[in-house]
Write a protein that binds this ligand. Structure first.
Ligand code: BTN
Length: 241
């Protein structure tokens, strides 16, 4: 049985898990909350976390260098798809770098935060995932881009069971090449035009995800670029993907 601490409500399960990690909590220790009052997303965004969703953070202690964070994040996304498929019998797609997609809309987001040792290795990674499971009503400002398992399938999800599956799949990640292969086949961007929201945004075609987790794109002038910055987002030209 997975080592999951279950809370009713918390500010952010990532913050709670960080606190446990600093005290030495083991690889695979997890925090699950029914709701969050200050859920956080990538790039300093907030993550709306009402009841009905899964809000989970898992402490991992991979023997990896900080530069491997992007590949780890991609592995987490593919392994989260494995967990959703196992429990909900539906496999989401992935939008680079770490959004899970159903029906062209965002189903889940992943936020990975690292603490490093002085020699540049990961001491711990706090890996958080928010999945819209049994959410019947998406906030009006997110309706165009977000969905839930309930809205897409008409079925309710056993959140405890799904959390256990995510913890098990994440804790078992070892060989990144296996997950990167899955990631490429799950990635909804490949072969499609994307808008790269860099400091100077541009349009390109996504062609591959390389071994470091970087998105390889071809610009309109035929130049190949690798997007590896966590500070860059991609969007579809006509919608979220
Ligand atoms: C994103 O979409 O930008 C990432 C969202 C990550 C949300 C999860 S919910 C559980 C964990 N706790 C947080 O505060 N954030 C992550």
């Amino acid at each position: 049985m997975e080592n999951i601490l279950v809370l009713n409500t918390v500010d952010s399960t990532n913050d709670y898990a960080k606190h446990l990690a600093k005290q030495g909590a083991a690889h695979g220790t997890a925090v699950l909350a029914k709701s969050q009052t200050a859920g956080r997303g990538r790039m300093g965004r907030s993550f709306l976390s009402p009841e009905g969703g899964l809000y989970l953070s898992v402490i991992l202690r991979p023997q990896r260098r900080a530069e491997e964070l992007l590949a780890l994040t991609a592995c987490l996304a593919a392994a989260a798809c494995d967990a959703v498929e196992e429990v909900c019998h539906i496999r989401p797609g992935v939008k680079w770098v770490n959004d899970l997609i159903l029906g062209s809309k965002k189903l889940a987001g992943i936020l990975t935060e690292l603490s490093l040792t002085p020699d540049g290795f990961v001491d711990y990674a706090v890996c958080g995932i928010g999945i819209n499971c049994n959410t019947e009503c998406i906030a009006p400002e997110l309706r165009e881009m977000a969905t839930s398992i309930l809205l897409e399938t008409g079925k309710t999800t056993d959140i405890g069971l799904l959390a256990q599956a995510v913890v098990r799949h994440w804790s078992a990640i070892t060989d990144p090449t296996v997950y990167l292969r899955k990631y490429r086949s799950d990635c909804v961007n490949l072969g499609k035009p994307v808008r790269v929201l860099a400091a100077e945004p541009y349009t390109a075609t996504a062609v591959d995800v390389d071994a470091s987790g970087a998105l390889v794109v071809l610009t309109q002038s035929g130049e190949e670029r690798r997007i590896s910055s966590g500070e860059v987002s991609v969007r579809g030209l006509y919608g979220y993907v």
